[in-house]
Design a protein around this ligand. Structure first.
Ligand SMILES: [Cu+2]
Length: 347
């Protein structure tokens, strides 16, 4: 009798275990169900996600889809973004299979006006996993506005940009660190209705974005390691401006330009994912700084601006004489890792 009871408990226990395994495998399918790789369907730990992505993305290098921004009315703009996997050159001789918006990392520069209603359509061309849009420029429930878009799907999110400034946007799909470190981030400028008080003084303006690259799709390195490259990029504010990916060399080989006496404005944002930036331009003093790019956060005369991961600033300075000015993260190890650009000032 005792033996029978013990066997019954053993059978019930095994049934329970099987049920738990079945439930957990169903509950965890999520992103993994887009492929036939059965091994990855049992778990969505970041390391498993990483190896899953490496498998599914191995032969993938999707041609960048141009971003579309269309003004529908005076206060309404339709933005179409695409999540895709595209190889990015992050250092001379180093390609990175980046998870991107529109084949750029950082993603395309978005510019809207304070008060605009944004219709943001996100198409997910990644065959292997969901992606999403965490838009720092808006206020709303993440569970409503920042939801996952499955492979092959397009979802349109609607929200209003009521607060002027320079904001980060990024993929918010878990694990967020992995999606951001792999390249899914960018800048959106919400132009202030009344402009900045110093608009009239500015002769030219540029965008600089900072981000870090870790060992390719290595979640443990993203979590506990040090970035291999800390990089700058620029994005075009008007046609003809340079538009680059985050790499260690382009903005040194092809410096930004200005004329002696120019008042220069830089819209700067730090994508992280992990490190702060001590933003500085050698040979200048930031006469006017707008923390977060908000006109009311106006500060005067700073040598260096601390910009956290997920933060930004607008800085303005005068280049008094011709020469080469270095723009850098004054945390100098990060500058040596690549976070440096040149501004060449002519007569
Ligand atoms: Cu993503």
């Amino acid at each position: 009798m005792k033996k029978k009871t013990r066997n019954l408990w053993l059978v019930l226990g095994m049934m329970g275990l099987a049920a738990v395994m079945l439930i957990s495998s169903c509950g965890n399918r999520g992103d993994a169900e887009a492929t036939n790789d059965d091994k990855t369907q049992m778990s969505t730990t970041a390391d498993d996600m990483a190896s899953h992505a490496v498998q599914a993305h191995r032969k993938l290098n999707q041609k960048p889809v141009p971003v579309k921004m269309e003004r529908m009315g005076q206060h309404e703009v339709h933005i179409r973004l695409t999540a895709q996997v595209t190889d990015i050159r992050v250092d001379k001789g180093t390609e990175y299979k980046a998870w991107t918006f529109n084949g750029q990392a950082p993603g395309p520069l978005l510019v809207v006006r304070e008060g605009d209603l944004i219709l943001l359509s996100l198409t997910n061309k990644d065959p292997a996993m969901s992606h999403s849009m965490d838009m720092h420029a808006i206020e709303g429930a993440p569970s409503k506005h920042f939801t996952d878009v499955s492979p092959g799907q397009t979802v349109t999110f609607t929200y209003r940009a009521d607060r002027p400034g320079v904001y980060m946007y990024h993929c918010g799909t878990a694990p967020v660190l992995q999606h951001v470190a792999n390249g899914m981030h960018g800048m959106i400028i919400v132009k202030p209705k009344a402009g900045y008080p110093t608009d009239r003084d500015v002769d030219r303006e540029y965008v600089i974005i900072q981000n870090e690259w870790y060992k390719a799709n290595d979640y443990q390195d993203m979590l506990n390691g040090m970035p291999k490259d800390v990089v700058f990029s620029t994005k075009a504010l008007k046609s003809g401006d340079p538009n680059t990916n985050g790499d260690t060399f382009t903005l040194k080989d092809h410096p930004l330009t200005a004329k002696a006496g120019d008042r220069v404005r830089i819209y700067f944002a730090n994508m992280g994912p992990n490190r702060s930036s001590a933003f500085h331009v050698v040979g200048t003093i930031f006469g006017d700084v707008y923390v977060n790019g908000a006109p009311e956060n106006h500060m005067k005369d700073l040598q260096t601006v601390l910009v956290p991961a997920g933060g930004s600033a607008v800085v303005e300075f005068t280049v008094k004489e011709p020469g080469r000015y270095t723009i850098l993260d004054h945390s100098l190890a990060d500058a040596e890792k690549g976070a440096m650009a040149y501004l060449d000032v002519k007569k």
